[in-house]
Design a binder for this molecule. Sequence first.
Ligand SMILES: [Zn+2]
Length: 314
Amino acid sequence: MNMNKKLLKETQPVVYKTLSNALTKDHLAHAYLFEGDKSAPKKETALLFAQSLVCQHKDEDGFACQECDACKRIEHGEAIDYKWIDGTKNRIKKNDVLKIQELFETTSAEIEDRRIYVLEGFDDATVDASNSLLKFLEEPAPGIFGILIADEKSNILPTIQSRCQWIHFRPASRMNVVNKLIEKCDQDTAQMLANSGYTYNKACELLEYEEFSIIRQAAKDYVKNMGSMNEIFSLQSEVFIAKGSLMKKEWIRLWIQWVLYELKKDGNNLSLAKRVKIQTILVEAMDILRRPVDLALFLDKIYFDIKKVVKSLN
Ligand SMILES: [Zn+2]
């Protein structure tokens, strides 16, 4: 998941300049708060910044090469004096923060005498976790660097905010994502991915899977013959097969987004009223997909709810 440095410079010029200054002049804060809209590449930038703190082959702006051994070990989470905690799935708890403190006390830094921790989704951390981190931030040990990542800065204790250097990210613009993506795929695919809110990096990641083109074709075919039993059978038996590689939330979400995108284009024979009803079904389905759900039953319900709309008289 390498960050495209040129793209970062173009789309987040202030972030780029601030971090570049800190790195080239070695004016580093003990803790950074990367905050801003969900769509902004905070995570990718945090990884690049962590790499830049240890890489020995930095570019003229002070950023990591992303290729050397030290960079790769950070990327794969294998460096012992580096810890990334993903708090977007499970809230960051006191114990997570304590473990980092212990780890940094008991190990000696391998590279450049620097230890780095990243706390992703810190805006959702527990109060106890925040208090533990606060103690850590109040007595900063030399060579330890923290990066907190948050969508919502206001959810973070003001006392923590004040001990971090803020790096504010602006929302990623869709045009930027599309323009960059057309180097990797056709215009239609780029448009669909950007409209659905994928970041450039996430979109590139998806494009590398062969599943991606299967989903694209399946969605296009489905929209042409929406509601036909043949289409439903082929989805059930060729695409979303029980225990198949596509029977995963991520691919199902992509398929739904693609169907939504195709529906908005002209060229299918559905009335506007029907299209609106089908869009509602799909948008609600995206919400349901956030919760634990039996995927096969979930898909069957979508197929048949949509079939009912297509076959209805008005
Ligand atoms: Zn490097």
